[in-house]
Design a protein around this ligand. Sequence first.
Ligand code: FES
Length: 263
Amino acid sequence: MNTKTAENRDGLAASVRPRFQTLRRDRWWRAPLVTVVVLVGFIVYGTWVAFANEHYFTDPYLSPFYSPCLASNCAHVTLPVIGDWWTLSPALLILPFPLGFRLTCYYYRKAYYRGFWLSPPACAVTEPHRRYTGETRFPLILQNIHRYFFYLAIPFPIILFVDGIRAFSFPDGFGMGLGTLILLVNAGLLGAYTLSCHSCRHLCGGHVDVFSRSPVRSRLWLFVSRLNVRHGEIAWVSLFGVALTDVYVRLVSTGVISDPRFF
Ligand code: FES
């Protein structure tokens, strides 16, 4: 088979091919490429939002990037824990926790190891690195703290759900807008992402030897296991959910769009 024929078959440029030896003829490089594009896009957008420090609240909607708002310089204080000595963006106080939870997530690890480290880029494709050390050495050994980030991340969907309930309370009284629905859906997606976590599954049933003797934990484990099967999809959908919820609040806050009220 000449090079031109091989290039036409899998659509990959010949200049890149020699680094990834494989017998695969499908477009295996598409998934890692999409991973890189989406994650870089989210990182760029999230960093801009975190430092922007404006247009994250429009009564009664609070962006998930800024919730809970803990500093007294917040446009809408959730809990006044930090005094006025904090002058930076309040998002910087809370974002390390959900960010650490996502960064160390087992699913994302697989996705970005393939997309960024090419280690390996796909099944049955050789990786360009000579040696494989896995997560046994610094800095990747830090990935093992995921279970602790899970504990730290548990309050966030609950807080966002409370934000969704508060979003029924408009300045002119009780009501429901499109933003209320978006905030509630976002909280639900983040709840599903947290509950479907492998650490949550382990917490529910990891230490149980005989499920018939622990019926409650058995039911919890079964419920979480069903969600866990879809953890990868939920991870992506909830990531988009957070970004789109912020975009919506931002557009309403800046007056670019108006929030439709259902009642
Ligand atoms: S959040 Fe993905 S495995 Fe825990």
